[in-house]
Each structure stands twice: as structure tokens, then as C-alpha cells.
Design a protein around this ligand. Structure first.
Ligand code: FE2
Length: 185
């Protein structure tokens, strides 16, 4: 027997999302124009197109919504921080392309805006990286080890930048298109 139980959740993480009030087709056109203007980089992407990083020269309406949304998140979570720098790039994953597990280094927040998401074109999966993968505590609770986002087209998702993540393969015949952001405070 026992009494006076205290049960608290500690160290939560989060994903916040919204639908930016911008013209998504304009972003789509800008992605394909960017592909014409710049050669691909080879980072976490296995195949597909990954543009160089931009800091204010392209996707300006979207970039400004990201700044507004992230500043609101930082304020609502009472973190006492403001957005200082946003760097971003666009991704085109073709059939069978995927992104291997990675994190974004120094970024405090990361954002992903989905421009085109054909059915079956891949999910965004966040993994816990606090050591919980190495014991059996959550072996019957897959949802405690990975968080899967089935991306909604036109939606911007923001996660803490320290989260490891990967993107499952594009099993559709069409391009899966997103714009990714590193947000520094
Ligand atoms: Fe990423």
C-alpha cells in the first residue's frame, strides 16, 4: 500500500502548425524556378533536388510568415527569445527518393512547409533521442518512440531543432515538394 502519489510529465516536446495565408502556387513555381537556377546539394536527401540555402532572397512571403509564426510560438511558450536568422531551402523528392535520419545542427527551431504532397509520397518521422530507444520501457508503445506526421499540403510545421528526423520514401509517381527552414534565435 502507498499514498500521496505524485505523477508528473517532464521534458515535453512539441510540434506547432498553421496554414500560411500565401499563394501556394506561387511557391510551387518558385521551387521549380529555383531548380533551374541552382544545382542540387547532396545532404540528407537520397536522390531528388535540394537547393542551396537562402537567407532572404527567395520565398519572401513564406519566409515572413515563418518568422511571425515562430516569434508567436516562442512568446506563447514563454521562452524569452526572438527569431534572429532564418535560412531555408527547397526540396523536390521524386519517386523512391527519401531523406535519411538527421538533425539540423545549431537550429533552435525547424520548419517545413508542404507545397505538394501526393498520396503515399512519404511521412515526416521524428525520433526521440534521449536514450529511450535503448531500453524496453516503451517497447509496447511505438508512439512513445517515434512521432509520425502525415504532411498536409499547404501546412507549415514547426518543431524544436534538436529533434532527429527522417522522411520515408516517395512511393508515388509525382514530386513531393517542401520548403525547409532553420530558425535561429
Ligand atoms: Fe530535416
Amino acid at each position: 500500500m502507498y499514498d500521496h502519489v505524485i505523477d508528473k510529465n517532464i521534458f515535453p516536446t512539441f510540434v506547432c502548425s498553421c496554414i500560411p495565408q500565401i499563394d501556394m502556387m506561387e511557391v510551387l513555381e518558385e521551387v521549380y524556378q529555383t531548380q533551374l537556377d541552382y544545382k542540387t546539394e547532396n545532404l540528407s536527401n537520397e536522390g531528388g533536388y535540394h537547393s542551396p540555402k537562402f537567407v532572404g532572397t527567395r520565398f519572401l512571403k513564406l519566409r515572413n510568415v515563418v518568422e511571425e509564426f515562430c516569434n508567436d510560438i516562442l512568446q506563447q511558450k514563454d521562452l524569452g527569445l526572438n527569431v534572429q536568422t532564418i535560412e531555408y531551402w527547397c526540396n523536390i523528392n521524386k519517386s523512391y527518393n527519401y531523406n535519411v535520419m538527421h538533425s539540423h545542427g545549431r537550429a533552435d527551431l525547424i520548419g517545413i512547409y508542404y507545397v505538394q504532397v501526393p498520396p503515399g509520397s512519404g511521412n515526416f518521422v521524428v525520433m526521440r533521442n534521449d536514450g529511450s530507444q535503448y531500453c524496453d520501457l516503451y517497447e509496447n508503445r511505438a508512439d512513445m518512440l517515434e512521432y509520425i506526421t502525415e504532411p498536409e499540403v499547404g501546412r507549415l510545421y514547426v518543431y524544436p531543432g534538436y529533434l532527429w528526423h527522417y522522411v520515408t520514401g516517395n512511393n508515388s509517381e509525382q514530386d513531393r515538394i517542401s520548403v525547409s527552414f532553420n530558425i535561429l534565435t
